[in-house]
Design a protein around this ligand. Structure first.
Ligand code: ADP
Ligand code: ZN
Length: 659
């Protein structure tokens, strides 16, 4: 059996137990089981032969008599209650008196025990027991608690130290951008940071300000930490890494002092990168809920962080990178210019990126020829980079369990199943079924917007989940100053297109349409209640600048009417959407399939299926108009130039005499 590891805690424990033991055994002698008696009583007891031992204490001026067992009852009443080694104490008038008396008693054989002379021993003992011991006890506990709090790091004094892990140049961390697959936009953004760290002079000489912080925003496992490490690796600078929750401790003031310590360390190593993962643990908006209290500690930590970020000059070369998956809950002060002023979005990978990530993570694996990475990337919609790394690892484990020589396709598929089963609740991993229904939904929006004159023109459609949305279609919103009824109706129709497609082509309707329905209903309500666009409440507006939800500016009957109008309007547009979709069901099916295959499709792809859109959008018109103007201007300039040239030529011709 292994012995428990020796550490200082054991010594503390042993010392405390020892002291406790001494405390109790001693108190048995000197405190509880003794009786103060007069000197004459003491003499009487000795003469009666009760005494076993006698201690003469010159310092205290008393004499203590330990009683022989059989006589304990005579003095204390019940012998049992007197406990171990009971004694009586008497003050003596003079030491020589005592000596004489005891010598006489010894002579008379009343007393045969020992006589001890003990100067001051009691005083020291009681000092120790009554004052020093409790202090030691408290000290011991204190140490124990602080050692626990210090995480076993360096004991008591390391509570306020930062827990940042430091990766230096040449250590095992040499991650480069090649290790980060996909995320091209994010990589491009951080490239500038690398350039600065490598050659800060180039920027500062021109008077440019160097970014102090960059915030990486994105769902967990998408490679935010990886990206920050790659920046450090590429720039060849030290990398401090810690999590936002490392600042938070049960002791007040610890967070702030850890922040101070972190930046002190960072300054020593500058230029360097400080990476704070999950910054929302400290960076949450302050004072949102003052009645709750108890946030002071986090606030002071955050304040310290802000102060430090303002404190170091732009040239000191510390760049703070932080990661979060919720930028919206961060304190606005953190996002201000000069702090985390640039936000870099790191999104879940799409189909081609997933293949690249697979390529990175299958490198160390031994695989057979059945493995098809294209198919695997198709099978893993909604997986993050971390999930894919997990799939590769799991596949290797499954293959090993079956004693295989190489990892095969089936192992990968099993691994995917396992991870979908395990992850479903945590991230937005989709099954093929879900992917299909989301594709049908998004294709519905795309189709309707293609065939409604006033719907916003489509830019791209994706079924890669992002944020709360499962899929999304990007439109070029037309910034109209004035909106007509037809335009609003078309907008509602295309919003309902997703749900309509689900109902028509899958037979089920799903919760994915929540956001669409919400927006459609709001728009319909405003058409009826504010803009007076419905038949029954024609030209009547119940709009008030100050919305008061308790006092509506209309009667209950009108409220009912409004409800009915809104319902009718929505139903009408829903029917229209279904009709349009039925008409173009072929094309819709193709768009949906294209989405399933590619995950992201663009307006051009839709155009290939449906043909050119019948209407040019207003933005197209504006662009065309601008182009026309530019062309006119260019032509005019050219003419001007020509004219000038000609004039110059004429002048030269004039100067040169005709030959
Ligand atoms: P985050 O910090 O965003 O939660 P990490 O950076 O810790 O995610 O990523 C966890 C792991 O997932 C990484 O160590 C890496 O193995 C893998 N990973 C994530 N994104 C990528 C990517 N784009 N390319 C390669 N591997 C990735
Ligand atoms: Zn939708």
């Amino acid at each position: 059996m292994k012995m428990p590891k020796f550490n200082l805690n054991w010594t503390y424990m042993i010392v405390i137990l020892l002291l406790a033991y001494m405390f109790y055994t001693n108190s048995g002698n000197s405190n509880s089981f003794q009786k103060e008696v007069s000197y004459s009583e003491f003499q009487e007891y000795v003469q009666k032969g009760y005494a076993r031992n006698i201690v003469v204490n010159k310092g205290d001026g008393n004499v203590r008599m330990y009683i022989q067992k059989p006589y304990v009852g005579e003095i204390f009443g019940k012998a049992a209650e007197a406990g171990r080694d009971p004694s009586v104490v008497a003050e003596f008038p003079d030491v020589s008196d005592v000596n004489q008396f005891l010598a006489a008693e010894k002579e008379a054989k009343h007393f045969t025990g020992k006589i001890q002379y003990d100067a001051n021993s009691n005083f020291l003992g009681s000092l120790f027991l009554n004052i020093l011991f409790p202090v030691l006890l408290i000290l011991g506990f204190w140490m124990l608690i602080f050692r626990r709090a210090g995480g076993g790091g360096g004991g008591i004094f390391s509570v306020g130290k930062s827990r940042a892990q430091l990766y230096e140049k040449g250590s095992k961390m040499n991650i480069t951008f090649n290790d980060v697959a996909g995320q091209d936009e994010a990589k491009q953004e951080v490239q500038e940071i690398v350039k600065f760290l490598k050659d800060p002079k180039k920027y500062t000489e021109l008077g440019g300000k160097i970014p102090k912080g960059a915030l990486l925003v994105g769902p967990p496992g998408t490679g935010k930490t990886l990206l920050a490490k790659a920046v450090a690796g590429e720039a060849g600078v030290p990398f401090f890494s810690l999590s936002g929750s490392d600042f938070v401790e049960m002791f007040v003031g610890v967070g702030a002092s850890r922040v101070r310590d972190l930046f002190r360390q960072a300054k020593e190593k500058s230029p360097c990168i400080v990476f704070i993962d999950e910054i929302d643990a400290v960076g949450r908006a302050r004072g949102k809920n003052p009645s709750m209290g108890g946030n002071d500690e986090r606030e002071s930590t955050l304040n310290q962080l802000l102060t430090e970020m303002d404190g170091f000059g732009t040239n000191s070369g510390i760049i703070v990178m932080a990661a979060t998956n919720r930028a919206d809950i961060l304190d606005k002060a953190l996002l201000r210019a000069g702090r985390f002023d640039r936000q870099i979005h790191v999104e879940l990978p799409g189909l081609p990126e997933r293949k690249q990530i697979f390529l990175v993570h299958v490198k160390p694996l031994k695989m057979d020829e059945t493995v098809n990475l294209d198919l695997l990337s198709r099978q893993t919609p909604g997986f993050s980079g971390a999930d894919i790394a997990n799939v590769c690892n799991e596949a290797a484990l499954i293959a090993a369990r079956h004693d295989k020589q190489a990892v095969g396709m089936q192992d990968f598929l099993d691994a995917i199943d396992r991870i979908i089963g395990g992850l479903e609740k945590k991230t937005k991993v989709m099954t093929q079924e879900e992917k299909r229904s989301i594709a049908i939904h998004e294709a519905g929006h795309a189709t309707i917007s293609w065939f409604c004159q006033y719907a916003d023109p489509l830019i791209k459609v994706t079924i890669v989940p992002r944020g709360q949305a499962l899929g999304a279609a990007w439109y070029l919103p037309e910034e109209r100053v004035n909106v007509t009824k037809e335009q609003m109706l078309d907008k509602i129709c295309s919003l309902l297109g997703g749900r309509a497609a689900e109902e028509l082509f899958t037979g089920h309707i799903s919760t994915g349409a929540l956001n669409d329905l919400e927006r459609a209903n709001k728009m319909a309500f405003s058409m009826v209640a504010y803009y007076g666009m419905s038949d029954n409440l024609y030209n009547i507006s119940y709009y008030t600048a100050q919305q008061d939800y308790f006092q509506k500016p209309y009667s209950d009957i009108t409220a009912k009417q409004i409800d009915e109008e809104v319902k009718a309007l929505i139903a009408q547009q829903y029917d229209r959407a279904k009709q349009l979709l039925t008409e173009h069901s072929d094309g819709h099916g193709q768009v949906a399939q294209l989405l399933i295959d590619n995950e992201v499709i663009f307006a051009e792809d839709v155009e290939q299926i449906f043909g050119k859109r019948q209407w040019t959008s207003r933005s197209d018109e504006i662009i065309a108009e601008n182009e026309r103007l530019a062309k006119e201007r260019a032509e005019a300039e050219e003419k001007e130039l020509d004219k000038k040239e000609k004039e110059q030529k004429d002048e030269i011709d004039k100067l040169i005499p005709n030959s």
